[in-house]
Design a protein around this ligand. Structure first.
Ligand code: 13P
Length: 253
């Protein structure tokens, strides 16, 4: 059975003290009321080691939002997959549309990052999604299928078992404009089909596919009710414990 997951992506928000406070509050909230899904928080690099001390031994998994496309060495300002792993983190987000759009991350760069993350024992939350013009031109399946093929199709079956997919339509990120549950389901079903074609039916059944883009407590339940939606990758609503917990609780009856 594939996992249900609610993951937070803090992006470039919260200073260290604020991040520690949020992780501490979330830890207490989830200790008092156990989640029905896996919970992950992905934080800026500088928070990881400290937040790992808070989440260790709890239901909360920890991830980075990025890692370098090089193993180690003279790459000033970069953070390697091995360094992320050494903080106690278990996950890394790769391929986020903000990284693709603002930092020039190409499919080739993402392939390197995915390989290094997996080689260092991290699970990868790999993001895919079309921009508005592509959706308006009816090209969303072509775009998302291409993103999957370009960066993930060279993986082995063993490697692919450590991939979580996140469908994030770029037009829905931070805009308040959520994809409808039907739009999410249609795309997730398509993605599962693409994965089945490359890695087989069992891998497609087992891979968790998260939805991301203006997901909130008020719309999470409807989106998560769709058969191919296995949870969410949450931006803005992951920055407040009550909102994030509200989305986690969408998995409860
Ligand atoms: P929002 O939930 O703020 O729209 O962000 C989604 C996202 O980009 C998560 O990675």
């Amino acid at each position: 059975m594939r996992k249900k997951i609610v993951a937070g992506n803090w992006k470039m928000n919260l200073n260290l003290q604020e991040g520690v406070a949020l992780a501490t509050e979330l830890k207490a909230a989830l200790a008092a009321d156990k989640p029905n899904c896996d919970v992950v928080i992905c934080t800026p690099f500088i928070h990881l080691a400290t937040v790992a001390g808070i989440t260790e031994g709890t239901v909360i998994g920890l991830g980075a939002e990025n890692c370098a496309d090089k193993e180690k060495g003279a790459y000033t300002g970069e953070v390697s997959a091995a360094q992320v792993k050494s903080t106690g983190a278990q996950y890394v987000i790769l391929g986020h549309s903000e990284r693709r759009a603002y930092y020039g991350e190409t499919p080739e760069i993402l392939k390197e990052k995915v390989n290094l993350a997996l080689a260092n024992g991290l699970k990868v939350i790999f993001c895919i999604g079309e921009v508005l013009e592509e959706r308006e031109a009816g090209k969303q399946n072509e775009v998302v299928g291409g993103q999957l093929a370009d960066s993930l199709f060279d993986l082995t079956d063993e490697q692919f078992a450590n991939i979580i997919l996140a469908y994030e339509p770029v037009w829905a990120i931070g805009t308040g404009k959520t994809a409808t549950a039907e739009q999410a389901q249609d795309m997730h079903e398509f993605i599962r089909g693409v994965i089945a074609g490359r890695f087989g039916e069992a891998a497609a059944e087992n891979v968790s596919i998260l939805y991301g883009g203006s997901c909130k407590p008020s719309n999470a339940k409807e989106i998560f009710s769709k058969p191919d939606v296995d949870g969410g990758l949450i931006g803005g609503a992951a920055l407040k414990c009550a909102d994030f917990k509200g989305i986690i609780d969408a998995w409860k009856d």
